[in-house]
Design a binder for this molecule. Structure first.
Ligand code: ZN
Length: 243
């Protein structure tokens, strides 16, 4: 006997490859010997199961893949853990995803404090002149449709933007494409010594601590998302390494 989606169960039943074990046809027994599924350990069953395209809340619309251990931590983990991620990627609808992210962000903020590394990483170089230019351009654009900004202030902003963008004098107005290009300039960039938040947090952990960290995120996901529809073989303490 094994678990499978309703669609898969019907697929087996209509081909006489299985017989139903109960009246509502939710459990079946295969009428043939399946290949490759022998000697499956209890904690490895999840990987052999037929997965359903359904969110933990039962929704099946606008599903996205959710990394239970946030990706920006997992990507810095040793390969034997990193490559073993199918267990920790589940499908969530947008609503559940957004709700859970709120809880996950609270944890990340605590980690930022504990490991003294901001969520945006360390080593960002800010460009205040670009920020000032962006706000001047945005105010100018706003003034074109809204006349609340006094004309004297608009003239001041125009003069500032013209100088910053080196607009040729023969241009009566600042070319919109020059302003749009300027808005694409980054307000901050990564310096040579930039380090990501996840890199510092994961780098500070021993292997044993990393394992606890992964189990923590699984338990946190269960506690806060309270999925009603999650594979019965999904376990917080399922293996975290390659099997
Ligand atoms: Zn959902």
């Amino acid at each position: 006997m094994f678990r499978a989606s309703r669609k898969k169960i019907e697929w087996y039943l209509t081909r006489n490859l299985a017989r139903p074990l109960d009246d509502d046809r939710t459990s079946i027994q295969l009428t043939f010997e399946p290949k490759g599924n022998g000697h499956v350990k209890e904690d490895e069953r999840y990987y052999l199961e037929d997965k359903q395209n359904i969110c933990g809340c039962g929704g099946d619309k606008r599903l996205t893949s959710h990394h239970i251990v946030p990706y920006h931590y997992r990507k810095y983990m040793p390969p034997e853990i990193k490559s073993h991620s199918s267990h920790d990627i589940v499908l969530l609808c947008v609503k559940c995803h957004d709700e859970y992210e709120h809880h996950a962000t609270a944890v990340k903020k605590l980690l930022a404090e504990k490991y003294d590394i901001p969520l945006d990483g360390r080593g960002l170089v800010t460009h205040p002149e670009t920020r000032k230019l962006h706000s001047a351009i945005n105010a100018l654009k706003f003034s074109q449709t809204n006349h609340k900004i006094p004309p004297a202030r608009v003239a001041e902003l125009e003069a500032f933007v013209r100088t910053a963008l080196a607009v040729p004098e023969e241009c009566a107005e600042i070319p919109p494409e020059m302003m749009e290009e300027a808005l694409t300039r980054p307000q901050w960039t990564r310096g040579d010594d930039f380090v990501e938040h996840g890199e510092v947090v994961v780098g500070a952990m021993s292997k044993a601590e990393l394992e606890t960290f992964i189990y923590f995120w699984r338990a946190h996901f269960l506690e806060h998302l309270k999925p009603m529809f999650l594979s019965e073989t999904w376990r917080v303490d399922n293996p975290i390494r390659n099997i």
